[in-house]
Design a binder for this molecule. Structure first.
Ligand code: FDA
Length: 307
C-alpha cells in the first residue's frame, strides 16, 4: 500500500481529483498550516507561544520550468521579509526542496537550483533565518549534497537531511558529522528500490539508531527528526551518555503529528522544532503523510464518503 500511495504522489490525474475536492480540506489541514503566508505566520505564533521553534516549508516540488523555480525563490524571499517584519526570526528556519528550485530541469537543473538556493540562503542569513535542504528520492542525494557543499562554502550553517532507509546514509553521516554541521536525520519518505534502501521497517529503524550514534558522537549539530518515541528515547540516552549540552542538538517533528509529545519534550527543556508546511501545492506532501500511516488513509477515505 505504501508503494502504491507513493506512486500516487506523482500522478497528475489523482492530484487533480484530490486537490479539487472540498472534502479533502479538513484532512489536509491536519498536516498543512494553510494556503498562504498569513496562515503560516498564525501557526508559528501559536507554536512559539507554546515554547516550540519552527521550520517553514513553502510547499512545492518537481518544478518543470525556470519561471516556476524563480517563483519558489521569490516566495522564500517574501517569507524571510515577513518573518523579519513580524519579529519572528529568532531561531527560525526554512526548509527547501531543491526540486522546487529546478534541480530536475533538463541540462542545467543542478546549476539553476544551486544558484537560486544561494540567493535564498543569502537572504535568509541577512534576516537571521537558518536554511535546511530537504532530501528527496535517492536519485537526488549526490546532487543535493554537492549543492550543500557549495552553499556551505559561503554559509556554513546550511543544514541537510539524511535518510536512514538508504544503504549509503551511515557513510554520509560519517562524512557530515563535522564541527557545526547541521544534519536532520529522518527515516525517509520516498518509495525506493531494494538496490539502494532497506525494504523492512525494522532495518530502517536499526539503521536510524546507528546513524544517530554517529551524529551524536560526532562534532556536528544533530537534528533528530522522528515521531518514533522509542527513537526519541534512544536519542535522549545517547546525548546524556555523550555529555552533549541541551543546545547542541534538537528534536524535530512534523506539524500535526504527535503534538502532545512535541510540547512535552519542550517542557522538559529540549529544543523542539516543528516542520510547518504551507501553500497551495500540498498534494505530494499530503500523500507522503498518508503513506506513513495506513490509518490515515482510512480516515481520509471516510472523510470523502461521509460528506
Ligand atoms: P514512523 O513512521 O515509524 O512513525 C512513528 C510513529 O509516529 C507512528 O507510529 C505514528 O504514531 C506517528 N506517525 C508517523 N507518521 C505519521 C503520520 N503521517 N500521521 C500520523 N502519525 C504518524 N523525509 C524525507 O525523505 N526527506 C525529508 O527531507 C524529510 N524531512 C522531514 C522533516 C521532519 C522535521 C520530519 C519529522 C520528517 C521528515 N521526513 C522527511 C519524513 C520522514 O522521512 C518520515 O517519513 C516520517 O517522519 C515518519 O517516520 P517516523 O520517524 O516518524 O517513524
Amino acid at each position: 500500500m505504501r508503494t502504491a500511495l507513493l506512486g500516487a504522489a506523482r500522478s497528475d490525474a489523482l492530484r487533480r481529483a484530490v486537490t479539487s475536492s472540498p472534502a479533502t480540506r479538513p484532512v489536509v489541514s491536519r498536516f498543512v498550516a494553510g494556503d498562504d503566508l498569513d496562515a503560516a505566520v498564525r501557526t508559528v505564533r501559536e507554536l512559539t507561544a507554546a515554547g516550540l521553534t519552527f521550520t517553514l516549508d513553502h510547499l512545492g516540488e518537481d518544478t518543470t520550468s525556470r519561471e516556476q523555480a524563480e517563483a519558489t525563490r521569490d516566495a522564500y524571499l517574501h517569507l524571510f521579509r515577513r518573518l523579519a517584519d513580524e519579529g519572528l526570526t529568532a531561531g527560525a528556519e526554512a526548509s527547501v526542496k531543491l526540486s522546487a528550485l529546478g534541480q530536475a530541469l533538463p541540462r542545467d537543473g543542478v546549476r539553476v537550483s544551486t544558484g537560486l538556493a544561494a540567493e535564498l540562503v543569502a537572504a535568509a542569513t541577512e534576516n537571521g533565518v537558518l536554511v535546511t535542504l530537504d532530501m528527496e528520492d535517492h536519485t537526488t542525494v549526490d546532487a543535493t549534497l554537492e549543492t550543500l557543499r557549495t552553499l556551505r562554502a559561503e554559509v556554513p550553517t546550511v543544514g541537510a537531511v539524511l535518510q536512514s532507509m538508504l544503504h549509503r546514509t551511515e557513510a554520509d553521516c560519517r562524512d557530515l558529522a563535522t564541527a557545526g554541521s547541521r544534519i536532520r536525520l529522518v527515516k525517509g519518505a520516498y518509495a525506493e528500490p531494494e538496490s539502494v534502501a532497506f525494504p523492512d521497517k525494522a532495518d530502517v529503524d536499526r539503521a536510524y539508531v546507528r546513524c544517530l550514534r554517529i551524529l551524536v558522537e560526532g562534532q556536528g549539530y544533530p537534528m533528530v527528526a522522528t515521531h518514533d518515541l522509542r527513537l526519541v528515547r534512544i536519542a535522549r540516552e545517547l546525548v546524556t551518555r555523550t555529555g552533549r549540552d541541551a543546545d547542541s542538538y534538537e528534536f524535530q517533528m512534523l506539524y500535526g503529528i504527535q503534538p502532545a509529545e512535541q510540547r512535552r519534550l519542550a517542557e522538559e527543556g529540549a529544543t523542539v522544532r516543528v516542520y510547518v508546511p504551507y501553500g497551495t501545492d500540498w498534494y505530494g506532501y499530503f500523500v507522503r503523510r498518508l503513506a506513513e500511516r495506513p490509518a490515515n488513509v482510512g480516515f481520509f477515505l471516510r472523510s470523502l464518503t461521509t460528506r
